[in-house]
Each structure stands twice: as structure tokens, then as C-alpha cells.
Design a protein around this ligand. Structure first.
Ligand code: NAD
Length: 503
């Protein structure tokens, strides 16, 4: 094990002010406690030690933040694209400058290993740079001439928006929502997850340092059922960008109905990785292991269902089990660690409960399935084999380092199993038959498919899911489609005859 002392020392320095001041809201450029004065505790999943007291906000705080976002909207929306671009690039520069701090705090708050969080912090900066460069052209429209009329379209930011984020990789996911919203000219009220509020506070501080005007990015901490709900119901909030569980998405739709909220949902998944017998099996094995056991398996795009062709199953699964056994579970701040503790006791209990469910359903526990140590929520990487499509471990999102393997005979059966779940976020196909890869991908019910690759993100491409995995797409111009409204201006280019009523 690496000597953790230098990182723990760094952590102590970064945490000191949060321990002292708590994790407070940022509304209209001011750091504020909840109006009620209430706080809740956030604890590290590593050792359950107290991180800080967090503002426990409610509808009153959301109202103040929504009003601040509304007051700042006109001016931010009218800010020249080049200026928005410059501010967002400064944002990115500051993230890069504080990437180590962000990574260390994120590890402590979420239990995610440093090896992934150090990259996630930098990806947050990339998100800002990418959308910063798009800010000057966000408004651009088209000219659509018609006989006697010239139609000119233009895009306008939709208004103040609410961004509600989950606890898995919270920093990266928040930037993924907030950067395009700001680039489009929207103002934002951000409600981060109650289990991992640290990096959202950091992001809000960076915003001020980057020169973002007060009220353009507001932070309100609190629980989903109170602060989150109030945000989705607020009349001044034009749209909600939400990342989280599918059933929370349904609730948000209901809550937002009265104020006709536009919604963008990135929800759960039970993503298949399909390995055909003609695939490059060494690469496929690496990808199968990486895509479920990285990020503690707390990853919406994780391939949590392995569909393996029966002709290669025995050997492939034996090699897989050996790899799973060797995965290094350990302290998240240790760069050698591959899997850290799960976010919270309640989540640990949920993930653990699927071990008994899998066994009682008749699948074989090939690896893992137990707690590691007695402190923190460490769960051994787990592999179930011999599952069938109707089992709960093959259908439900477990959201941990937990892989369920199912065998198939042929392409038709693989496709039918792959599509036989409520979700449709991603799919991963491993075959060296190009025609089959295209045919299969075309019929696979998922928003994003990778052929012969793990999940490699390219920011201009659309990101999102079908079925219970989401509504809408992020990435490239798709993000602006959500954060902006189209306007069409029709200009008469001649004196056409207007039908005369009552003449
Ligand atoms: P969650 O739905 O429990 O919570 C997400 C956020 O919603 C939190 O901030 C929470 O406080 C808030 N919330 C809860 N109830 C609310 C309500 N009634 N009104 C408004 N807000 C409310 O999700 P989670 O457990 O934090 O995150 C894990 C889930 O997120 C998994 O299902 C995972 O697949 C999904 N996820 C999806 C993507 C994607 O891109 N598709 C990415 C990451 C995570």
C-alpha cells in the first residue's frame, strides 16, 4: 500500500474550512446558511467520520435562489458570447489549478478511487472548455426563405434552470449540466445530492473566482423531498436538468406538471455488454472488467449485464472470475486502489441484499458477495454467473461492483435478452463481424452503443438513454436544444394580398 500520509495531510488542509464553516448555500453571490438555520451531517463512506454540517434548505431557500437566478438572467443572457466564453474558460483554468484538491475531496466524500477522481476533475474542466467555445455561436439560427417571406430563426436561453445531480461522480456530472446551461445564457440553481455535497460548494466558489456575476450560479443544499421538490415546483424555474434514479424522474415530472417544466432526464441503466465468440476476447475481458468495477460500479453507464456466447462462456467466465478476485479494494486515496467503499450504509445494504436475491433465484455466486473489513462500506467485487433474463439480478439496477452473467446461443437470442429490460442507456458489443456489429447495434434498444470498446466519451456526440433511462440528450448542440428556445421571425419580403375580413 502507498503511504497515504501526504494525501491525508492535504485532505486535512482542504477540509479544515468546511469543518469550521460547514457547507453552506451560495445565493446571489452570498454564502448563506439555510433560512431555517437547520443543518444535516455529511459523513465519509471511508470511515463514517463527520465531514461537515450542511445547510438543510427548504422551499424558502429555493425561493431566494430562484429569485436571484431570475434577477441575474436578463443581464447574463444579454452578455456577449465572447465574454461568456472567456469567463467559462477561466472557470476551466481554475478547475485545472484546483484539480488535486477537487479529486481528494471527492474521494473522501464519495468513496470513489483517486485514480478515477483525478481524471474526473480534469474532465470537469474539459466540459467547461468545450461549451465555452460554443458560447459565441449558441444563438445562431437559420434563414428559411419562403415565397414572399423570409423566416429567420434564433435561439434564446430558456431562462433560469434547476440542475439536480446525484452522488456518483458529482463534480464531473455537475459540470456536464452547468457548463452548457451557462454557455447558453441561462442562470442556474444547483441542488446537489445530500450524500456528496462537497464538490458542488467548490464549484460555486470557483464560479465567483472566475468572475461569473452574482446570481448566475446559485447553490442550494438539502434533501430531495424538500429542497429538490421545491426547485422542480418553482414558477421562476423554466426547466429542470436531472440526473438520478428513474423513479425520481417520474416524481419530478409530476411535481413539475403544474408549472409545465421542461425536463431533461439522465436516469438509471442495466446496460448489456455482449461478447460474441469471434471477438477479441482479451480486449473484451479488459472492457467487461473495467465497465462494471471502475468507479465502484456506481456508474450509470456501467455494463452490469454480461451476455456471453455459450461456445466461449466457460473459459471467458473462468478468466473473468480470476480478474475479479484480483481487483484491489482499498482506501480511495491510495492510487493503487481500484474499488473503494460504497457511498452510504443504505446503498451498501441495497447492493448487499442482491447477493441473497441472486442465490435464491438460482444463479451462481462465482466471486465476492461479502463485506470487506468492518469500517466503511467496502463491498467485495461480485460476479454472478448462470443467471437467466427473468432474475431480478439481471433486470434491476444494483449500482455497485456487481456483475450478472447470462449465456446466449446465437445473435437472435442475445438481442432478445439485451432488450428485455426496462432500461436503455448504453450497450457494448464485442464482435469482429462488422455486418453483425451494425445489424445488432441498429436493433439494440439503447441511446449509446460502443462496438469493440469501453465507454469512451466524445463531447460532440449525443449522450442519453431510451426507455426508462432518460429523456433528452446532452453533448454538442443537443445540450443547447434543451437550455434554449427556438424563435422564428417571419419577415414579409413583398406586399402579398392579405385576406380581407369585414372589408
Ligand atoms: P436519486 O434519484 O436518489 O437522487 C438524485 C438527486 O435527486 C439528488 O440530488 C436528490 O436529492 C434529488 N431528489 C430526490 N428526490 C427528489 C424529488 N422528489 N424532487 C427533486 N429532487 C429529488 O439518485 P441517486 O441515488 O443520487 O443517484 C444514482 C442514480 O443516478 C442511479 O439510478 C444512476 O443510474 C443515475 N445516474 C444516471 C446517469 C445518466 O447519465 N443516465 C448518470 C449518473 C447517475
Amino acid at each position: 500500500m502507498t503511504d497515504l500520509a501526504p494525501k491525508i495531510e492535504q485532505l486535512g488542509r482542504h477540509l479544515a474550512r468546511y469543518r469550521r464553516d460547514g457547507i453552506m448555500n451560495l445565493i446571489g453571490g452570498e454564502t448563506r446558511p439555510a433560512a431555517s438555520g437547520k443543518t444535516f451531517e455529511t459523513r465519509s463512506p471511508i470511515d463514517e467520520s463527520l465531514i461537515a454540517a450542511v445547510a438543510e434548505s427548504d422551499a424558502a431557500d429555493i425561493d431566494a435562489a430562484a429569485k436571484a437566478a431570475k434577477a441575474a438572467f436578463r443581464s447574463w443572457a444579454a452578455t456577449d458570447g465572447a465574454k461568456r466564453k472567456a469567463i467559462l474558460h477561466r472557470f476551466a483554468d481554475l478547475i485545472v489549478a484546483r484539480a488535486e484538491e477537487i479529486a481528494i475531496l471527492e474521494c473522501w466524500d464519495t468513496g470513489q478511487p483517486y485514480r478515477f477522481m483525478s481524471k474526473a476533475a480534469l474532465r470537469g474542466a474539459e466540459n467547461f472548455r468545450f461549451f465555452a467555445d460554443m458560447a459565441p455561436s449558441a444563438r445562431d439560427g437559420r434563414s428559411l426563405p419562403a415565397p414572399g417571406q423570409l423566416n429567420i430563426t434564433a435561439r434564446h436561453p430558456i431562462g433560469p434552470v434547476g440542475v439536480i445531480t446525484p452522488w456518483n461522480t458529482p463534480f464531473m456530472l455537475s459540470t456536464w449540466k452547468i457548463a452548457p446551461a451557462l454557455a447558453a445564457g441561462c442562470t442556474v440553481v444547483h441542488k446537489p445530492a445530500e450524500f456528496s455535497p462537497l464538490s458542488a460548494r467548490l464549484l460555486a466558489e470557483i464560479a465567483l473566482e472566475a468572475g461569473l456575476p452574482a446570481g448566475v450560479l446559485n447553490l442550494v443544499n438539502g434533501h430531495g423531498e424538500t429542497a429538490g421538490k421545491a426547485l422542480t415546483e418553482h414558477p421562476d424555474i423554466a426547466a429542470i436538468a436531472f440526473v438520478g434514479e428513474s423513479r425520481t424522474g417520474s416524481m419530478i415530472m409530476r411535481q413539475g406538471a403544474a408549472t409545465l417544466k421542461r425536463v431533461h432526464f439522465e436516469l438509471g441503466g442495466k446496460n448489456p455488454v455482449i461478447v460474441f465468440d469471434d471477438a477479441d476476447l482479451d480486449r473484451a475481458l479488459d472492457a467487461v472488467v473495467f465497465m462494471i468495477y471502475s468507479l465502484n460500479g456506481e456508474r450509470c453507464t456501467s455494463s452490469s449485464r454480461l451476455l456471453v456466447q455459450d461456445t466461449i462462456a466457460e473459459e471467458f467466465l473462468a478468466r473473468l472470475a480470476e480478474r475479479v478476485r484480483k481487483i484491489r479494494v482499498g482506501h480511495p486515496l491510495d492510487p493503487a486502489t481500484e474499488v473503494g467503499p460504497l457511498i452510504h450504509k443504505s446503498h451498501f445494504d441495497k447492493v448487499s441484499s442482491y447477493v441473497e436475491i441472486g442465490k435464491s433465484e438460482g444463479a451462481k455466486l462465482a466471486e465476492g458477495g461479502s463485506r470487506v473489513g468492518t469500517e466503511g462500506f467496502y463491498f467485495r467485487p461480485t460476479l454472478f454467473t448462470g443467471a437467466s433474463r427473468l432474475m431480478r439480478i439481471a433486470r434491476e439496477e444494483i449500482f455497485g461492483p456487481f456483475l450478472t452473467s447470462i449465456e446466449f446461443r446465437n445473435e437472435e437470442e442475445a438481442l432478445s435478452i439485451a432488450n428485455d429490460v426496462a432500461y436503455g442507456l448504453t450497450g457494448y458489443v464485442w464482435t469482429n463481424d462488422l455486418t453483425r456489429a451494425l445489424r445488432f447495434s441498429n436493433a439494440l434498444e439503447a441511446g449509446m452503443i460502443w462496438v469493440n470498446s469501453e465507454n469512451v466519451r466524445h463531447l460532440p456526440t449525443p449522450f442519453g438513454g431510451v426507455k426508462a433511462s432518460g429523456i433528452g440528450r446532452d453533448g454538442g448542440d443537443w445540450s443547447f436544444e434543451f437550455y434554449m428556445e427556438q424563435k422564428n421571425i417571419s419577415l414579409a419580403t413583398g406586399r402579398h394580398a392579405i385576406p380581407r375580413l369585414g372589408a
